[in-house]
Design a protein around this ligand. Structure first.
Ligand SMILES: [Zn+2]
Length: 144
């Protein structure tokens, strides 16, 4: 499992936790979708907050692009959304240095895959189409 895999499961967990709704404009989406995205308040270059749920939101592509290109507005939106105290704690925290090993990414991926499954089972129940992503692919063979 790689960094990309950790990003993937973090993104699925963040968007599922938001109920597949944009946390800025409220638009609703049906998973799987690329239009609802996982956005980071403090950039993903900062490892320490890259996989922190307080630093990530479900935003539709247009809200994501709008906020990302306007850091002061993003800060104001996030302060309003999470409260000034939490925003300030996150702002102070994001510049800490965190170095991850390969095994750390595997741990993070496994954690958020679990979180995603837990959230999905609560919200949608068993057999929701989202679960298909985890379903083993069965190919029929005529060989035997
Ligand atoms: Zn939106």
């Amino acid at each position: 499992m790689s960094k990309a895999n950790a990003d993937k499961w973090f993104s699925w967990a963040v968007r599922a936790a938001a109920g597949w709704k944009c946390q800025k404009c409220g638009a609703s989406f049906e998973p799987p979708t690329r239009v609802l995205q996982c956005s980071h308040l403090f950039s993903r270059v900062h490892n320490v907050t890259r996989f922190h749920p307080d630093n990530a939101f479900a935003h539709c592509a247009s809200c994501h692009a709008w906020l990302e290109s306007r850091p002061p507005e993003f800060a104001a939106w996030a302060t309003d959304f999470m409260g000034a105290e939490k925003y300030e704690a996150l702002r102070r925290y994001h510049n800490r240095v965190a170095r991850f090993r390969k095994s750390d990414y595997a741990t993070i991926a496994a954690h958020y895959k679990n979180e995603y499954n837990r959230i999905t089972e609560q919200e949608y129940g068993f057999n929701h189409p989202q679960k298909l992503e985890n379903h083993p692919v069965v190919t029929e063979s005529n060989d035997d």
